[in-house]
Ligand binder design. Structure first.
Ligand code: AGP
Length: 606
């Protein structure tokens, strides 16, 4: 998720663009760039401070493009920063999204003599528009005919040196907002950098293309030359705008679940073969086939995702898996054989304990793999191979969307390994079908946010919580407890449901609620018995159950129903419900949900 901003009007564009871009730093911050018609392009690793330092010199340009990158294709370097341009530096492009078919398009362009300067997917578009312009098409037609050949997601800003006042923007999957001022126009990935200048906005829809000049904007689609889009008056302040109107980044990031799940799955499923396609693992596919043991290492929420990965990979690929927290793995002298791989799971890719654990595995001869969100981060760079989450930057310290993406990617890895081993095409197809349904199913859980808020209010005075679950739901219970602990500072303990009677049950009384994660899966009856054990001790029970399960409602005090899916994927839907519960519980207490006390987003110390 990158931040893009453009301006065309009567004022000097440079200060407007740099200030606006700094408000978008929560969207991405690994590299930045600026295009001004009288200064050309300035690009730099780092964020706006570095760009400001580099983009010296006076500019009187009245229009320009700016971009803040969150790398997906190509490491965060100066060459890969946006805007990108064509062979003759006539066309300038800033892009937020992923062009899926960029490689085949690129090979065709290279064969026709184009020279590429970056490793990005985006640069392809500049060269395609260049070709259309050379075929004597108008700027508008050149863009439209180019987009007809493109697959993927984009929020685009395009400038043409020969028409500096005109900016063309297009939306497919990534947000674009148009700001309407007097004799000036603003275009951005969200309202944040615009609300300061004007409250009049048009939110483009997927498939929209807008041709924008200082005094006008016309919206069209690939098929229709003109479509109407309503103008809205936005009352948000800058803070609200950066949170997309949500009161906290944590809630915004929970509600990003559908897009995050789609981004984790995009281009990675071979539906008719029931397989997963993971480009980042292809270079080590041979070694992966011979693996006889996988050791997963991670910390905090990522560790709980790793625990679910253990169930998934043993279940679907029959490969023995061990999971350990980074801070223990690095000092426990792990036994590593020639056919052992160590998989590090990390949102930031910089967590020191996980990094050092991975390095320990490498020192002992293991193949090292990564599931990482931050492109170009240390763990991503030092592992032999891996899979990126593409979940976009996660601002809230309490990890939410990254957890969903980590579990989804681990399910893809289990499918990838399983189909290379004993998993049948039929079973593979079942998992693929269920994975593809997740984005829509997640919306059903999100729709229960208000009901979950009411539940959090009902239990707001509780000082202790127990979270229990079995099999895939056990790590979910651990994660639910962690979310409540780190956002609202109450005592919350996660426990394997079967372990309860070996101690934790002693804590239970009518003031000690238990959250039971109980989907209708292979261990449903066992978990139900545990729930009855709690009720017998007068313990209040909140159940996270499968839609249509009437039995559970007869026993539990409160039930949050989530849609049915394959057992292996139930953690993703149950986790959304627990993330919402923790969020509302903490928000109702007026706590700083995005910056909980004593915690940091990326723990780079031991
Ligand atoms: C989770 O909400 C916490 N922020 C923390 O436990 C986190 O998961 C842990 O520090 C690991 O971070 P990473 O995924 O960036 O490696």
């Amino acid at each position: 998720m990158c931040g893009i901003f453009a301006y065309t009007g009567g004022r000097n564009a440079k200060p407007i663009l740099l200030e606006g871009l700094s408000m978008l730093e929560y969207r991405g911050y690994d590299s930045a760039g600026l295009y001004l018609s009288d200064q050309g392009v300035t690009r730099t690793p780092g964020a706006v401070t570095e760009l400001r330092a580099k983009a010296t010199g006076e500019s009187s340009a009245k229009s320009g493009l700016a971009h803040l990158r969150w790398a997906t294709h190509g490491e965060p370097t100066e060459e890969n920063a946006h805007p990108h341009t064509d062979c003759d530096s006539n066309v300038y492009i800033a892009h937020n999204g992923i062009i899926e078919n960029f490689n085949e398009l690129k090979q065709g362009l290279i064969a026709r003599g184009h020279t590429f300067k970056s490793k990005t997917d985006t640069e392809v578009l500049a060269h395609m528009i260049e070709e259309e312009l050379k075929a004597d098409k108008s700027f508008e037609d050149a863009v439209v005919d180019t987009l007809k050949k493109v697959h993927g997601t984009y929020g685009l800003l395009i400038s043409y040196a020969k028409e500096p006042e005109t900016i063309i923007t297009a939306r497919m999957g990534s947000p674009i907002v148009l700001g309407i001022g007097k004799g000036e126009r603003f275009i951005a990935s969200d309202a944040t950098p615009i609300v300061k200048h004007t409250k009049k906005m048009v939110f483009l829809e997927d498939g929209d293309i807008a041709i924008v000049t200082p005094d006008s904007h016309r919206i069209r689609t690939l098929k229709e030359a003109s479509v109407d889009r309503k103008e809205e008056e936005i009352s948000w302040d800058v803070g609200e705008a950066s949170r997309g109107g949500y009161p906290h980044f944590m809630l915004k990031e929970i509600f990003e679940a559908p897009e995050v799940l789609e981004n984790a799955l995009r281009g990675r499923l071979i539906v008719n073969e029931g397989r997963a396609k993971l480009g980042g693992l292809e270079s080590v596919a041979k070694q992966l086939e011979k693996l006889d043991r996988l050791m997963i290492t991670a910390c905090g929420t990522a560790y709980y995702a790793g625990l679910i990965g253990e169930y998934l990979i043993e279940d679907l690929a029959g490969l023995p898996v061990e999971v350990d927290v980074g801070s223990e793995f690095r000092y426990r002298k792990p036994i590593i054989g020639k056919k052992t791989a160590v998989l590090a799971v990390s949102q930031s890719g910089e967590t020191l304990d996980t990094l050092e654990a991975m390095r320990e595995g490498k020192r002992r001869g293991a193949l090292t793999l990564g599931v990482v969100n931050a492109v170009g981060s240390t763990i991503a760079r030092e592992t032999d191979a891996g899979v990126y989450n593409h979940a976009g930057p996660e601002i809230g310290v309490a990890s939410t969307k990254a957890f969903l993406s980590q579990v989804t990617v681990l399910a893809l890895i289990a499918l990838f390994l399983g189909r290379a081993r004993s998993l049948s095409e039929e079973d593979g197809k079942k998992i693929v079908k269920a994975l593809m349904e997740l984005p829509e199913l997640s919306k059903k859980v999100l729709a229960k946010s208000d009901a979950i808020k009411a539940l959090a209010l009902k239990y707001k005075d509780a000082r202790d919580f127990l979270f229990i679950g079995r099999r895939y739901s056990y790590p979910v219970a651990l994660e639910g407890a962690l979310k409540l602990k780190e956002t609202s500072y109450v005592h919350a303990e996660g426990c394997a449901a079967g372990e309860m009677k070996h101690g934790p049950l002693a804590m239970i009384d009518n003031k000690f609620p238990t959250v039971v994660v109980i989907p209708m899966d292979s261990v449903y009856q066992k978990t139900l018995s545990n729930m009855i054990e709690i009720k017998t001790r007068k313990g209040p029970v909140i159940a996270i159950a499968t839609e249509g399960d009437v039995r559970v409602a007869e026993i539990a005090d409160d039930v949050i129903y989530v849609p049915k899916t394959e057992e292996q994927l139930t953690p993703i839907l149950s986790a959304i419900a627990l993330q919402l519960f923790a969020y509302h519980f903490a928000a109702e207490k007026g706590l700083n949900v995005d910056r909980p006390r004593n915690l940091a987003k990326s723990v780079t110390v031991e």
